[in-house]
Write a protein that binds this ligand. Sequence first.
Ligand code: HEC
Length: 120
Amino acid sequence: MPLISDRPSSNNRKLLQLSLLVLFLISCPAFAAAVDGAQALARDHGCLACHGMLRKQVGPGFAQIADRYRNDAAAPSRLAGKIQGGSVGTWGRVIMPRQSHVTDEEAKALAGWVLSQPPP
Ligand code: HEC
């Protein structure tokens, strides 16, 4: 009875295609929203007053930071800590003051976003 054995597999394939489509549709806007969200966070938290997206201003450009830590698996959590706690001596003698208005979640999102910047 080929009909009976055919049915489930073609249904399964349809289901798989449908779930892939749904996954694709929900993941794209979600990713875009996360990126937009982090960029808005950086703006709202005043990061862009000191950091350029590409080149050094008061602090290093976000693309320069991403480039430096591209192969550093510990970078996301270390940078999240530095975003909240501040930093000095890694890029020069200018101090990045502690950003205590940034929550843990925001610091993680910001660190991930900074590290995702393309090379300068
Ligand atoms: C008052 C200026 C200033 C502000 C505001 C500022 N930064 Fe910085 N930032 C710096 C400086 C200067 C450095 C370099 C510090 C050093 O050499 O260790 C730096 C370094 C960094 C680094 C790299 C640290 C490392 O270990 O390489 C990251 C990531 C970073 N800042 C993210 C942020 C984010 C996100 C914000 C906003 C929440 C922010 N900064 C706000 C000046 C600033």
